[in-house]
Design a binder for this molecule. Structure first.
Ligand code: RB5
Length: 150
């Protein structure tokens, strides 16, 4: 499992804490910014990390902004991406087991670090259940094809 990480300034501190957790858990990742003390547009950083997932260079991404919402909107513009804002153990689990999310979006201004670590742990551990959820996710990807036709 190779993760692409990115944040804006509002997600930076939480990203740092999650990076420490990932290191301790032995999960491979690359941080695509931003760095400390910068004020940036989440769009640029979220897009950069998401592109790496679309290209196949990384398996999944974890993106951080103030709420997680901006990053999820950005990531969900990309084909093949299902980005989920998660705020507790249930949403973290269901985003994998039901939605097969390949991008996790976390809000640095709304989550306590301990809860965020638990969300990440679950999100990495839980597997897509398939079955009826497979059909639903396939319909999402079908919509994507119809709406991205040039
Ligand atoms: C930055 O102030 C904030 O708007 C951004 O981090 C994010 O919450 C957007 O969704």
């Amino acid at each position: 499992m190779k993760l692409a990480l990115a944040s804006d300034h509002a997600g930076y501190e939480l990203k740092k804490q999650i990076m420490a957790y990932l290191k301790s858990a032995g999960v491979e990742f690359v941080d695509f910014g931003c760095g400390p003390g910068e004020s940036v547009d989440y769009v640029d950083y979220g897009a950069e990390a998401t592109r790496r997932v679309v290209s196949g260079e990384f398996d999944r991404a974890i993106l951080f902004c103030g709420t997680g919402i901006g990053m999820s909107v950005v990531a969900n513009k990309f084909p093949g991406i299902i980005a989920a804002v998660c705020w507790d153990e249930y949403t973290a689990t269901a985003s994998r087991t039901h939605n097969n999310a390949n991008v996790l979006c976390l809000g640095g201004r709304v989550l306590k670090p301990e809860l965020a670590v638990e969300i990440v742990r679950l999100w990495l551990e839980k597997q897509f259940e398939g079955g009826r959820h497979e059909r639903r996710v396939a319909k999402i990807h079908q919509l994507e094809k119809e709406n991205f036709k040039k």
